[in-house]
Design a protein around this ligand. Sequence first.
Ligand code: SDX
Length: 428
Amino acid sequence: MSKTVEIIIDNKSYTFPVIEGSEKELAIDISDLREKTGYITLDIGYKNTGATKSAITYLDGDNGILHYRGYPIEELAEKSNFLEVAYLLIFGKLPTKSEFDKWNADITRRTMVHEDIKKILDGFPSTSHPMGVLSSLFCAQTAFYPESLNPNRPADGVYLSIIRSLAKMPTFAAWAYKNAVGHPVNYPDNKLDYTSRFLKMMFAMPGEDYEVNPVIANALDKLLILHADHEQNCSTSTVRIVGSSKASIYSSISAGINALWGPLHGGANQEVIVMLENIRNDGGNIDKWIAKAKDKNDPFRLMGFGHRVYKNFDPRAKIIKKAADSVLRDLGVQDPVLDIAMKLEEIALKDSYFVERKLYPNVDFYSGIIYRALGIPVDMFTVMFAMGRLPGWIAQWMEMRNNNEPIGRPRQIYTGEVSKPYVPIYER
Ligand code: SDX
């Protein structure tokens, strides 16, 4: 007998079904609430509202658990690689050797972008933030591949769009960086693996026989895995709702890139470093900045702390912190902001303000430190997040489409002026 709940409104009883997920999460299905009762629910920021049923990623915020298609993030980060995790997220299973080899070959042979992309890139001044360049170049694929606009595109056509998205994202990202530093762009070296190919496009200088440092490539591959998906976060919800209007995968993901850019979301990794450097330049007075973060009259927040869902340690932050320690050691990098970050974390985790609100370090708290150690410039931190999140966005967009979900269209409670006759404010 499936479970139900009863709501009583004006002494009238209404029954609604309860949905139970595979990890025992419970939801009240209110799909026909308004039709039955005339009421809607209000949940600004969707803190208590499920937008969909999904089989891709599971996270338990209270216990700091994160699974991609059932596999613990800790095991994937340690034993898998980014392209294999991308395949797992998108197709729902780990690839066989031959499936992986085909997947890797299909992506590798499409890393080049149309030469006319350079004309678009040239239109961006070098002061442009790379996230704005990235979302524009990614959406420009709708112009070069107009067949992607067909909402009823056959499966092989959608596969091609998926391959092009994964293949060209690193090229767009590296070119956005080269545009920012005024260097000529590099073409993808298809003899290299996915992450090494990106690093060479980012950092190789004209005529240089650039060698990728395997420590950096491995650390970056792990970081991309850790960012690959995170259920219905702000940018993924954006990709799903834009895609629900039958917009193309390229325009849906471009919208996701822009949502991720925000400093409260993916932009936080850049803000964490800005914050740590401000604290350092301010003489390392951590107590002063913690007091500012707690002061309701001060807009300052501790960037990299807190999370909508995790009310325990973000499991990704733990893995990245460990990786940051080993990468800095392997590269012989001494980073004073890492010391400040460790002290900040130690003090905040004992402070009742943060403890009561269950504010722990999130994925962005340490990722900026490791990106810096890898030589990634601050303006490119959120671009790295976008590169990592791409397979998650694709998987979620595919799931929404394959489930034939309706166009997303939330309701509202109107609080404006009530109906009144039009009287001109001034004589005509
Ligand atoms: C990501 O959703 C995802 O999964 C996102 C992400 C992903 O992988 O996609 O995990 C990636 O976006 C991580 C979050 C990165 N953002 C930051 O680090 C920015 C700093 N953090 C906050 O702005 C905040 O914690 C949010 C935005 C992350 C979450 O905000 P919520 O859930 O809306 O919580 P809230 O703003 O209602 O805060 C609850 C209380 C408030 O105090 P009270 O009004 O109860 O007194 O906690 C306080 C807030 O003022 N608070 C903070 C704080 N975060 C929350 N106070 C100081 N510093 C902070 N960082």
